[in-house]
Design a protein around this ligand. Structure first.
Ligand SMILES: [Zn+2]
Length: 430
């Protein structure tokens, strides 16, 4: 095989070698390859069984995604979708009592289907323009093995993309370059579809979430798929929370940390072997522990009351291991999560951390340990303060009417202390 051109093959001997290695069948369908170098770009292609190449300008670079072919595909898909549909809908709308619901739905479905066709064309264009990769194992150019189809769930519904699978004959392994470029390796949904699913699965059961997606987004995803996907994403979120801990500067000199724990009812299988408060020692609930970190430097322009700084709040929480309930629990899953969030939000760099809590000893202990050496102020929150006073009054004051009166007086006293006064006291405290 001869090589046509001057000196450029020295720039990319691997590309030339790769094109030369193709079988006649592969060479017949192989698209041109473009390689970048210090002086610009070179296009390599096969012609009459020979490798040819030419330096090209930026304007001559293939334009994946924006090519005329994708536009033509979209226009023809739109014509196909609406060409027969529109006259039918026009007839329908002209009848007495037209079915507007069906008309809107048909137009919606048509618009999505056209968009899906355009997305398919754009991605397949991109796939055809991608240069052939080199094997990560042996470094040789990977042959075009076959074109394959894979269906993705997208914002526009399912889209089947035909793409190239590249294969190393020596190492007997391969991959789809498009998969990698798009960050979709091992995925069955695009990020946009994933974002839709994430929006609904947190608020509703899988059946309801599936119906909401179909009704509001026009995307049909069965409940079983949502379930599988939620479990998979949940694991990724968990791993991300544990592995990515980037320290940041505190959002304000004084930061507030709210911590609480409460029993949440769970399925029987999830409390098997967990010690609880039931008479036989079993548990009906697991302890969910939550934390919230925020700044409150703003004041209301009229009342002067401090306000949570918008966007400063972060939340985290989990069902903690039974072993950690009530303990010092530095080694517990929740303490680990709290420590990571303390680092991420820069609490150890803040001048002061105000912990707002229910006075539980585990919270005081774990916050004290994690923020050792820092200025930490513990404040009993209003809700729990009233609860404790109420419990004490039940013992001290047998008369119901008097008890009610006393409790109201305490509530008024606690509520009457405005947040501004509390913060002034906080500012004045050593
Ligand atoms: Zn290889």
């Amino acid at each position: 095989m001869r090589i046509h051109g001057t000196c450029a093959e020295k720039r990319h001997p691997d590309t030339v070698a790769y094109l030369q290695s193709l079988s006649a069948d592969e060479a017949a369908v192989h698209p041109p390859l473009v390689r970048a170098h210090a002086d610009g770009f070179t296009r390599y292609w096969l012609e009459d069984g020979e490798v040819r190449y030419r330096d090209i300008t930026v304007a001559e670079l293939p334009q994946p995604g924006g090519g005329l072919s994708a536009l033509e595909t979209l226009l023809s898909a739109t014509r196909e979708q609406f060409g027969t549909l529109l006259p039918k809908l026009t007839a329908e709308v002209g009848r007495p009592g037209p079915d507007l619901d069906s008309i809107e739905r048909a137009l919606w479905d048509g618009a999505y289907a056209s968009g899906a066709t355009a997305l398919k064309a754009i991605l397949e264009d991109l796939d055809r323009g991608l240069p052939s990769p080199f094997c990560a194992n042996c470094g040789k150019a990977m042959a075009c093995h076959l074109r394959d189809g894979k269906t993705f769930m997208t914002r526009l519904g399912p889209v089947t993309i035909e793409w190239t699978y590249r294969y190393c004959r020596d190492c007997k392994s391969g991959h789809c370059p498009l998969d990698r470029v798009l960050g979709l390796e091992g995925e069955s949904h695009t990020p946009e579809a994933a974002s839709l699913m994430a929006d609904v699965v947190g608020d509703a059961g899988y059946g309801m979430a599936s119906r909401k997606l179909a009704n509001l987004a026009g995307v049909t995803i069965p409940p079983s798929t949502l379930h599988r996907w939620a479990l998979k994403i949940g694991k990724q979120v968990q791993r991300f929370e544990q592995e990515i801990v980037e320290p940041a500067d505190p959002a304000a000199p004084r930061l507030y940390l709210g911590v609480d724990g409460t029993g949440v009812p769970v399925r029987k299988s999830e409390v098997a072997g967990v010690k609880g408060k039931q008479e036989d020692g079993s548990a009906k609930t697991r302890v969910a522990k939550v934390l919230s970190i925020y700044a409150a430097e703003r004041v209301h322009p009229k009342s002067g009351e401090p306000e949570k700084d918008p966007g400063s709040e972060t939340h985290s929480g989990l069902i903690d291991s039974a072993a950690a309930v009530g303990g010092v629990s530095r080694g517990s899953a929740f303490a680990g999560r709290l420590e990571r969030e303390i680092v991420r939000q820069g609490l150890r760099e803040a001048d002061e951390v105000v912990v707002i809590f229910d006075a539980a000893s585990w919270i005081r202990n774990v916050c004290g340990e994690l923020l050792a050496g820092r200025m930490v102020t513990f404040i009993l929150d209003l809700w729990h303060a009233v609860e404790y006073v109420s419990a004490a009054l039940r013992v001290l004051c047998p008369d119901t009417a008097e008890r009610k009166e006393q409790l109201e007086a305490v509530k008024t006293e606690l509520n009457g202390t405005s947040m501004r006064t509390k913060r002034n006291r906080l500012d004045a405290s050593p």
